[in-house]
Design a protein around this ligand. Structure first.
Ligand SMILES: *Cc1c(COP(=O)(O)O)cnc(C)c1O
Length: 379
């Protein structure tokens, strides 16, 4: 099946008891057992729920994976992957990660004796000097947030496989419509389903997808044993959101293309980060591993102080100043004071996250209105 058909149908059959075409919201915590242990495959909703199961099968199909697991947030999903590790293990990861992932790694898991190396992974060979017998996981995000570096997933997967190290890719920014890391050799794909998968900024959820049965069993054990699993109402919302993922992504990409071109020609714009530009340093890799370039764009303003940038960020009328991304509505974000506040200034600036940087999540409104809004705000 092709992508759009999977988005609408995967994991979803008419409900066997009533024939309902849309998956019902099974708002139940527990299930009847005929005699102890004799049940219909469901015992307690922390571990399994039919609405969540339909979503998980759909999520797996979108990433060409065998198994899917839904979590109550993207960070809940990340936390479960980290719990595969033991004290003394080492992790190699990127130097411009999602702020919440960085915070979890350094403030939670570092306390449990896990060591993290934060590297510029746009050059995969940077991994080599840090690989040793203790390396158990490589965790990457591509495109990176917010400077849109592209990491060559197939290259990193080759390095990981040669040393028997797990590779997990946070695929939130690309969405499964643009990029499928498992096809490129990753072991686990992670999503904040809060973003493009949900697509309407009305639910917080996370997901993991994987092929390996043993890995699935270990992750399902952690999921059930630690309990960060989502309820049926939220599972329904994401299942519903996914039905238009392919349509939304086409519109995000098309609007993104026009807005990136406009910003590039604007005299007040200094740096602009969008992987679709031919002069983007990793454009060739983006072209190789992504189907299009998405609607996430970051840019800096020439000579702007922190105050100037605050003022500009507050002067939009269609773009909403808010954290998050991937919804139908366009958002503008100031990474330094919003999403990336938990990353130390020195590390942040090294990765290009400077005071005058703004990040757009281009929505699916009429692009003329978005362009007008940028024009008036920058004017
Ligand atoms: C939002 C986000 C997360 C965290 O997901 P939540 O659903 O907010 O917990 C992780 N990675 C990336 C790239 C994100 O954008």
């Amino acid at each position: 099946m092709k992508f759009g058909t999977k988005a609408i149908h995967a994991g979803q059959e008419p409900d066997p008891t009533t024939g309902a075409v849309m998956t019902p919201i099974y708002q139940t915590s527990t299930y009847w057992q005929k005699s102890p242990g004799d049940n219909k495959g469901y015992e307690y909703s922390r571990g399994t729920n039919p609405t969540r199961k339909a979503l998980e099968d759909c999520l797996a199909a979108l990433e060409n994976a065998k198994h899917g697991l839904a979590f109550s947030s993207g960070l809940g999903a990340t936390d479960a992957v980290m719990k595969l590790l033991l004290p003394g293990d080492e992790v190699i990861t990127g130097d411009d990660l999602y702020g919440g992932s960085y915070r979890m790694f350094t403030k939670i898991f570092a306390n449990f004796g896990i060591k993290f190396h934060f590297l510029d992974l746009s050059k995969p060979e940077n991994i080599l000097p840090y690989l040793n017998d203790k390396t158990k996981l490589i965790w990457i995000e591509t495109p990176t947030n917010p400077t849109m570096k592209i990491i060559d997933i197939a290259e990193v997967a080759k390095i990981a496989k040669a040393k028997n190290v797990l590779l997990c890719v946070d695929n939130t920014f690309a969405s499964p419509y643009l990029q499928n890391p498992i096809d490129l050799g990753a072991d686990i794909v992670m999503h904040s389903a809060t973003k493009y998968l949900g697509g309407h900024s009305d639910v917080v959820m996370g997901a993991l997808m994987m092929n390996d049965d043993e890995l699935y069993k270990r992750l399902w054990f952690i999921y059930n044993a630690t309990g960060a699993t989502p309820g049926p109402q939220d599972s329904f919302l994401v299942l519903r959101g996914i039905k238009t993922l392919h349509l939304r992504m086409k519109a995000h990409c098309e609007n993104g293309r026009q807005i990136a071109a406009y910003l590039k020609s604007h005299p007040k714009v200094d740096k602009i980060y969008w992987p679709g530009f031919e002069d983007h340093p990793n454009h060739d890799i983006a072209k190789k591993q992504m189907r299009d370039f998405g609607g996430m764009i970051s840019f800096t303003i020439k000579g702007a102080t922190l105050e100037d940038t605050y003022k500009l960020a507050g002067s939009f009328k269609v773009f909403t100043l808010a954290e998050s991304l991937g919804g139908v509505e366009s958002l503008i974000n100031h990474p330094v004071s919003m999403t990336h506040g938990s990353i130390p200034k020195e590390l942040r600036e090294k990765a290009g996250v400077v005071d005058s940087l703004l990040r757009l999540s281009v929505g699916v409104e009429d692009v003329e209105d978005l362009l007008d809004d940028l024009k008036q705000a920058l004017g």
